[in-house]
Design a protein around this ligand. Structure first.
Ligand SMILES: [Mn+2]
Length: 264
């Protein structure tokens, strides 16, 4: 059980392995999380370019990145993996030494506020082709072939999925589905959640209803953003170079950030 006053760090959409040099950047970020005293680190989906829970799919980048998570855990930090659209079968035993828990949702109470964290790829119910692809690619037959297919063929299919993912995600990612995000946030609020965090869309977005709030966490890939959640339930989003970008920034910041959405 975690102490009541644990400091949490949340990072979304890192896509490590997609851009040259991002592994080194990731290692620096992770070292910083430990230095700042994070008791729990939550990866809000899409940690790597692709992550399948079976080690036969892992390349050198994935091995190195995961090793850093094992080191975090040895230092006493809890590692949580929320499953994104680039993540498959994160509950597989091969990942046991690299994360404490994985799942579609992570929830906790901090300072009396109820938090709910999910990747966000299910928010847009209108994207039927993606929802179909998700159901197939994460099904038990898919899990079976991921375990049994020859390694080379399996890897080819994983990287083939990237093209497929881009195709299915392209149309709805160009614009934030604000109506769907609002409906989803209000549904969570009505169920008693105080703070909702999503990733997936890569650009910041925020909705406030009294003391309740919902955020899309900007992608680490583009912004280096880390959300810090204090033991008292307050939160702050920091970009790289530890500049605070949510608590103090004017609303227009969100508009400006929108133009940053390029690669997803
Ligand atoms: Mn995603």
């Amino acid at each position: 059980m975690l102490a009541c006053c644990v400091l949490r760090a949340v990072l979304a959409d890192l896509h490590v392995g997609q851009v040259p040099g991002d592994l080194d950047r990731f290692l620096v970020t992770v070292a910083g999380l430990e230095r700042r005293g994070a008791g729990e680190v939550v990866f809000l989906g899409d940690l790597f370019r692709a992550l399948v829970g079976f080690s036969r799919f892992w390349d050198a980048t994935v091995h190195r990145g995961l090793e850093e998570l094992a080191a975090l855990r040895r230092a006493g930090v809890r590692v949580v993996m929320v499953e994104g659209n680039r993540d498959f079968f994160l509950d597989a035993p091969d990942l046991d030494q690299f994360r404490d828990v994985s799942g579609n949702v992570h929830s906790f109470v901090a300072g009396g506020r109820r938090f709910l964290l999910e990747h966000g790829d299910l928010v847009n119910r209108r994207d039927r082709s993606y929802l179909f692809w998700r159901a197939v690619s994460k099904s038990s037959p898919a899990r079976l072939w991921a375990r049994l297919l020859p390694r080379r063929l399996a890897q080819r299919i994983v990287f083939g999925t990237e093209a497929r993912l881009k195709e299915t995600n392209f149309t709805y990612r160009r614009k934030l589905p604000v109506a769907e995000l609002t409906v989803a946030a209000e549904r969570h609020f009505a169920a008693g959640v105080d703070v909702v965090l999503w990733g997936h869309f890569h650009r910041a977005w925020k909705l406030e209803r009294g003391r309740r709030e919902a955020h899309v966490v900007p992608g680490w890939l583009e912004t280096g953003a880390v959300v810090w959640i204090n033991g008292d339930g307050s939160l702050a989003i920091e970009a790289e170079r530890s500049e605070q970008i949510v608590d103090s920034a004017p609303g227009s910041w969100y508009q400006e950030e929108d133009s940053m959405g390029k690669v997803r």
